[in-house]
Design a protein around this ligand. Structure first.
Ligand SMILES: Cc1cc2nc3c(=O)[nH]c(=O)nc-3n(C[C@H](O)[C@H](O)[C@H](O)COP(=O)(O)OP(=O)(O)OC[C@H]3O[C@@H](n4cnc5c(N)ncnc54)[C@H](O)[C@@H]3O)c2cc1C
Length: 370
């Protein structure tokens, strides 16, 4: 059997390893349009590659029923079979070396051992399903294969190889693409945040949609010149689905304050003294204009920012939306076209920060055709 995989990212390479381990005599070729395989992996987890989560919870995916078909229990063991050990820091699973380079090197070594060919700087253009397989067209060649596996990722981070042209190709084949938007992304707010650009603060973060709470998480918020960032904001951004609705981010900057402390503080301190004691000088200056003189503790526990827009795909970790899940079988084969498979971020499947998206990409590759 001959398999052509489009995309040398996490899901494509995991798929190649899986196929060659199961069927050593098969021919597997990976087509990658950038000049390096597994480029994005190096940027993950701030260079440390957060590839799993000790408190893994399928409910955190937008399609939990799909992830429910696969087991997370043997996932870490399988990932370690690529040739590196893992460790858990907090709840997050990393390679033991805490270096994404280890993951990349070991996966590429395994590919070499299994005799998988990677054709770099070759762009996938289209395909035709034939009675006995699939004809695949790139800018350099035409391949006749038994199976085509499309693992091109989404539209995020063009600089790392993703340009999103694939969606147009798949639409021309009759696939429904669930609406696309940047995911795990900073947001722009209506309130001016220029003064505090670059400052970080721990907060409890609530997201309101038309005044109704739809998300709550503790985390570190990073102020940007025109909005908010940080992992907790990335996670909140995934819940902003209907831009015609009103979304507000509410920061509780004093989550540990109880009623007694509040009374004492408001009795003894004036607002500016309180801000000086509890916040970095720049932040204190910014907050002073945004909170009242009397109810400042309450205001600091309820600091509202109104959503204006997402940052663009270039600043997003994932693309939300993609090939509709109902268009494929649980072994990732298309229901519309035999011998055509879709994997990873290209599908309409996403999770929060914390290893969920790499877990999905690797599990797709590992479970392909099983
Ligand atoms: C900065 C950053 C940090 C992240 N950190 C984490 C993290 O710590 N943990 C986590 O779980 N997730 C993280 N993610 C998300 C995670 O990296 C992705 O969800 C995952 O890599 C998706 O894998 P994939 O194989 O589906 O796609 P990709 O990894 O995007 O791979 C797709 C490949 O296909 C190639 N390609 C695209 N189009 C074509 C074409 N027409 N022809 C040929 N080749 C093509 C691309 O060049 C690319 O190499 C992060 C993402 C970013 C951007």
């Amino acid at each position: 059997m001959k398999c052509v995989i489009i995309g040398a990212g996490a899901s494509g390479i995991a798929a190649a390893i899986n196929i060659k381990r199961k069927y050593p005599n098969d021919e597997v070729i990976i087509i990658e349009h950038s000049d390096r395989p597994l480029r994005k992996i190096l940027a993950t987890g701030n260079g440390r590659c957060n590839l799993g989560n000790a408190k893994f919870d399928i409910k955190k995916y937008n399609h939990p029923e799909l992830m429910g078909l696969f087991s997370y229990n043997d996932y870490i063991e399988y990932v370690e079979s690529y040739g590196f050990k893992t460790k858990t820091i907090g709840d997050l699973v990393y390679p033991y070396s805490e270096s994404a380079q280890t993951v990349r090197n070991q996966m590429l070594k395994e590919l070499e051992k299994l005799n998988v060919k990677i054709n770099l700087e070759e762009d996938f253009i289209d395909y035709k399903v034939k009675p006995n397989g699939v004809e695949i067209k790139t800018n350099k060649a035409i391949y006749q294969a038994d199976k085509l596996i499309v693992a091109t990722g989404g539209k995020s981070t063009k600089g790392l190889g993703n340009d999103g042209k694939i969606y147009e190709i798949l639409k021309s084949h009759g696939y429904t693409i669930a609406p696309l938007r940047p995911g795990l992304v900073p947001i722009k707010t209506k309130e001016n945040t220029k003064l505090v650009d670059g400052l970080r603060i721990k907060a409890n973060v609530t997201l309101l949609e038309n005044s109704k709470q739809i998300f709550n998480e503790d985390g570190e918020v990073l102020f940007k010149k025109d909005g908010l960032s940080g992992i907790v904001i990335f996670n909140a951004s995934n819940y902003i689905k209907n831009p015609q609705n009103k979304y507000e981010i509410v920061l509780n900057l004093l989550p540990d304050f109880n009623g007694e402390l509040q009374r004492n503080h408001q009795q003894f301190l004036d607002k500016s003294k309180f801000l000086e004691e509890y916040f970095a000088p720049k932040l204190a200056q910014y907050l002073s204009d945004r909170i009242s003189d009397k109810n400042y503790v309450k205001d600091l526990q309820n600091l509202k920012f109104t959503f204006k827009d997402f940052y663009d795909y270039e600043n997003s970790q994932i693309t939300i939306g993609g090939v509709q899940i109902s268009d494929m079988n649980p072994n990732f084969e298309s229901k519309k076209e035999p011998n055509v498979y879709f994997l990873g971020e290209l599908l309409d499947m996403h999770g929060p920060c914390g290893g969920y998206n790499l877990t999905w990409a690797f599990i797709c590759g590992q479970k392909l055709m099983s």
